[in-house]
Design a protein around this ligand. Structure first.
Ligand SMILES: Cc1cc2nc3c(=O)[nH]c(=O)nc-3n(C[C@H](O)[C@H](O)[C@H](O)COP(=O)(O)OP(=O)(O)OC[C@H]3O[C@@H](n4cnc5c(N)ncnc54)[C@H](O)[C@@H]3O)c2cc1C
Length: 254
């Protein structure tokens, strides 16, 4: 079974972040790492391919400056190859443009299943994977907390507020996984060494036939979030419960 995993490479969240002057977009010029959210998708894909007894895991990523550091981490976990789309024309790309690019790259592979994270750690619109599914004309199942493949269908336990739904879909399909769907493995030393020579095909938007002349958005300004106001301390003098109800009524929450 061939599984494609969408992996986003992001600036290290542990490092100081800055905005590019003029564009108000996140400075992505430094080293990019594998988004933690996508490590779960990579692990899920590896386990499904292993269980199927054959097939490969291919990574697809769109990132600036030909960046492959995050891809190499996922290759070290065990993915076989990667397609990277990197193009200055994609600067400032919104989620829909990203979805068009990823869908065009996915079309180049013979995917039975496409896995992405429910949302990324930095942009987190949580819309890219379902847009990819729509563009490819495939069913999509979101918020998977468990994934299994049975012949030509995929079975998913889809996380809900109350518990989970059992969802079955024919393959190929797009599935987004939550953190906790599986525990990602740490790349072994052997895996890290092997990843250095695994194939990464780098393409531009034009080579994929995607028009990047309109990337979809302009960030006109960025303002700091308001500091939180100090809370109000209520001393319970026997009327605590009523005062909480009155407070919540004031906020129209009850
Ligand atoms: C202001 C701004 C500027 C940007 N500038 C650039 C740029 O200069 N160059 C550039 O390449 N991109 C750029 N992007 C694209 C951006 O990095 C995201 O890929 C895209 O907007 C998706 O948004 P998201 O993080 O909300 O994805 P979500 O929908 O939250 O992501 C869900 C999942 O979809 C998959 N996914 C999302 N994005 C990617 C990706 N890029 N590659 C592979 N899988 C992905 C991952 O599995 C991810 O976990 C920019 C985006 C914004 C908002």
């Amino acid at each position: 079974m061939n599984v494609v995993v969408c992996v986003k490479q992001i600036p290290d969240p542990a490092a100081p972040q800055s905005l590019e002057p003029g564009t108000n977009t996140l400075d992505r010029s430094g080293k990019l790492i594998l988004d933690d959210s996508d490590a779960y998708g990579v692990e899920m894909a590896l386990q499904l391919a292993e269980q199927a007894g054959g097939g490969e895991v291919t990574l697809v990523s769109m990132a600036p400056n030909g960046e492959t550091s995050g891809l190499r981490t996922a290759l070290a976990m065990g993915a076989a190859s990667a397609i990277l789309v990197s193009d200055p024309a994609l600067k400032g790309a919104d989620a829909l443009t990203t979805a068009k690019v990823l869908a065009a790259a996915i079309k180049r592979s013979n995917a039975d299943l496409i896995i992405a994270a429910t949302e990324s750690s930095d942009g987190y619109t949580g819309t890219t994977p379902v847009q990819v599914a729509e563009i490819l004309g495939l069913p999509s199942i979101t918020f998977a907390k468990s994934v299994s493949v049975d012949g030509s269908s995929v079975k998913v336990e889809r996380q809900t507020e109350a518990g989970y739904d059992d969802v079955t879909s024919p393959l190929p399909a797009v599935v987004t996984v939550t953190a906790g769907v599986v525990e990602p493995r740490y790349p072994s030393f052997k895996g890290i060494m092997a990843a250095k020579s695994k194939p990464v095909e780098t393409l531009t938007a034009g080579e994929l036939g995607v028009d990047a002349s309109q990337t979809g958005q302009e960030i006109t300004s960025v303002v700091e979030a308001e500091a939180r106001a100090a809370g109000e301390i209520v001393v319970d003098e026997g009327d605590g419960a009523q005062r909480i109800v009155t407070f919540l009524e004031g906020l129209k929450l009850v």
